[in-house]
Design a protein around this ligand. Structure first.
Ligand SMILES: Cc1ncc(COP(=O)(O)O)c(C=O)c1O
Length: 463
C-alpha cells in the first residue's frame, strides 16, 4: 500500500467481494464497564482515539515484561543499565525503520508531537520562513509564531492545497531557508493531505517540510523516504503507547546545528570551567543533543513495541478493517438528515477513522454528554485544538466561542462546536454500531435525562 492512497485505494464499495477482515487488536480497557445514568452498566465504547488511544495489550505486556529489568540508561555501569541502554537505543533503530527514514536521519525522543514540533521550531536556522495552513492542529499551527510565518488559507481540495502552497512559495524571498509544516491526516475530518505532492512543491522551491503524523501514523504506514518529507513528528499516546513519549525524526543538519532544546546532562559531551570563570560546553551532535535529562525509557520502549505490533499485524489489513468501519459509520450517519459531517475535501476524500459532525437542533456538548451518560460511549466535543479549521467548517464567526454550556441550537441554527468520533485498530464493530444507533435514537426521541453545565462541562443533572 502506498503511503498516500487515492480514494479508489481506500474506498470500500463492494463489501461482498471484500476479503475477510482482521479482528480488532486487543487493547487495554476492552472489558471495562461503565454505569449508565438510566441504570445498568455497559462496556465502555472508547471512541476518542484521535485524542488518545488505549494501549495495545501487546505494548502493555512488553512494558510489564521489561519493567523488572528497568535501569538507568547511558552511563550506568551495572548489568541492568546496560540492558536498558541497549533496549533504548534499539528502540530508536526500530522507530527509524518503522518510519522508513533515510540513512543519516536522526530519531529524537520527545514527550509528544507538540514537543517535537516545538523542538523543530527552536532549531530553525536564522531567518527561516515558515508556511503553514490555517487548518492545522494548534500543535503545528502555533510553534512558529516567533519566526517569519505565513498562514495559508484553508484549501477546499487537495489540488487547491498544492496550488496555494506553490503560489506562496513562489512569492517567498528565495534566499534563505524555509519550512512547510503540514498534517498527514486531519484530527477534525480525518481527511488525508497530499503530503507527497506538498513535499515535492516545497523542495521545488528550496523549502523543507515537516509532517505532523500524529493522526496519520496510528492509521497508515508512513515512509519518510517515500513521501520525501524532511521530518516527521508523532505521539506515542495516539499510537497505542500512552507512556509519555513522542518522536521527531528526520534530517540531522538543522538539529545538529541548533542549540540543544534543553541544556543539561545527556546533551553535553564535555563541560569545563574557563579561566574567566565561565563554563565551556561541547554538545553532542547526535540525537542526544536534544534529549537532555534522564530519558523516558519505558515510554520509548512502548513506542517501539507499538511500531512492531502494528507492523506485524500488517497495515494492509488494519487499513482494510478501518475503512470498513468508516464506511459503516458514514452510511449510518447519512441516514440521519439532521447530522452534518464536516469535510474540507468532500465525500470522496481518503480518510482515517476520525469524523466530526454537528446535529441540527442540538448543542454538541449536550449530545456528547448524552452519548456518554445514556450509552457508555466516549466521544469528544469542542473545537479539537484546531479552532480556525472547525470555525471554517461550521461557518461560524472567529469571535464566537463554542462553550460547552451554550444553549441548544435552534433547528437550522449553526452550532458553535462539533462532536468528534474516532477509532482505530482496537475498535470492535459493536462500538460503532452502538454509536450509530445512539445517534439515531437521540435525534428521534431526544435525551432520556436532563443535563446541566458544571465547571464548563455538560453533565447529567442528578437532581
Ligand atoms: C494532528 C495533530 N497534531 C498534533 C497533535 C498534538 O499531539 P500531542 O497532544 O500528543 O502533542 C494532535 C493531538 O490531538 C493532533 O491531532
Amino acid at each position: 500500500m502506498s503511503a498516500y492512497p487515492n480514494a479508489a485505494e481506500t474506498a470500500v464499495t463492494d463489501t461482498a467481494a471484500a476479503p475477510a477482515l482482521c479482528a480488532p487488536l486487543p487493547v487495554l480497557g476492552r472489558d471495562v464497564t461503565v454505569p449508565l445514568v438510566t441504570g445498568g452498566e455497559v462496556t465502555y465504547a472508547a471512541l476518542d482515539y484521535a485524542a488518545s488511544a488505549p494501549a495495545l495489550q501487546r505494548v502493555w505486556d512488553d512494558v510489564a515484561a521489561y519493567a523488572p529489568y528497568y535501569g538507568s540508561v547511558h552511563r550506568g555501569a551495572g548489568y541492568l543499565s546496560q540492558l536498558s541502554t541497549d533496549l533504548f537505543e534499539n528502540s530508536r533503530t526500530q522507530v527509524h525503520e518503522f518510519l522508513g527514514c533515510r540513512e543519516g536521519d536522526q530519531v529524537v525522543f520527545t514527550r509528544s508531537t507538540t514537543d517535537s514540533l516545538g523542538l523543530l521550531a527552536a532549531a530553525l536556522p536564522a531567518g527561516c520562513q515558515v508556511f503553514v495552513f490555517e487548518t492545522e492542529h494548534h500543535a503545528s499551527l502555533l510553534p512558529w509564531r516567533g519566526s517569519r510565518v505565513t498562514y495559508l488559507n484553508a484549501p477546499r481540495t487537495p489540488g487547491d492545497a498544492i496550488r496555494t502552497l506553490e503560489r506562496a512559495l513562489a512569492d517567498r524571498d528565495p534566499h534563505g531557508p524555509a519550512l512547510v509544516c503540514v498534517t498527514g491526516a486531519s484530527n477534525v475530518t480525518g481527511e488525508l493531505w497530499p503530503v507527497r505532492e506538498l513535499a515535492a512543491a516545497a523542495h521545488a522551491h528550496g523549502a523543507r517540510i515537516v509532517l505532523d503524523a500524529a493522526q496519520l501514523a496510528p492509521h497508515h504506514p508512513v515512509s519518510v523516504e517515500e513521501l520525501d518529507v524532511d521530518w516527521v513528528a508523532f505521539s506515542g499516546h495516539k499510537l497505542y503507547a500512552p507512556f509519555g513519549s513522542g518522536v521527531l525524526a528526520g534530517r540531522a543538519d538543522w538539529l545538529r546545528e541548533a542549540e540543544p532544546y534543553l541544556a543539561g546532562g545527556g546533551a553535553s559531551r564535555t563541560v569545563a570551567r574557563r579561566s574567566d570563570g565561565g563554563v565551556d560546553v561541547e554538545w553532542h551532535t547526535s540525537a542526544a543533543r536534544h534529549e537532555a535529562g534522564s530519558p523516558n525509557v519505558i515510554g520509548v520502549y512502548a513506542i517501539a513495541s507499538a511500531c512492531k505490533a502494528l507492523t506485524e499485524a500488517g497495515f494492509d489489513s488494519l487499513v482494510a478493517r478501518e475503512q470498513h468501519l468508516i464506511a459503516k459509520v458514514r452510511e449510518g450517519l447519512a441516514e440521519v438528515p439532521e447530522v452534518r459531517v464536516l469535510s474540507l475535501f468532500g465525500d470522496d476524500a481518503p480518510r482515517v477513522g476520525v469524523l466530526s459532525f454537528v446535529v441540527d437542533g442540538w448543542n454538541s456538548s449536550h449530545f456528547a454528554a448524552a452519548l456518554s451518560a445514556e450509552y457508555g460511549i466516549g466521544v469528544r466535543d469542542g473545537l479539537f485544538c484546531a479552532h480556525p479549521l472547525v470555525r471554517t467548517l461550521l461557518g461560524s464567526d472567529p469571535q464566537d466561542v463554542g462553550e460547552c454550556g451554550a444553549p441548544e441550537a435552534e433547528p437550522g441554527e449553526r452550532s458553535l462546536n462539533a462532536i468528534r468520533v474516532s477509532f482505530g485498530a482496537g475498535t470492535p464493530d459493536e462500538h460503532l454500531e452502538r454509536f450509530v444507533r445512539a445517534v439515531k435514537e437521540l435525534v428521534r426521541d431526544g435525551a432520556q435525562w436532563k443535563y446541566r453545565t458544571e465547571d464548563g462541562r455538560c453533565v447529567p443533572d442528578r437532581g
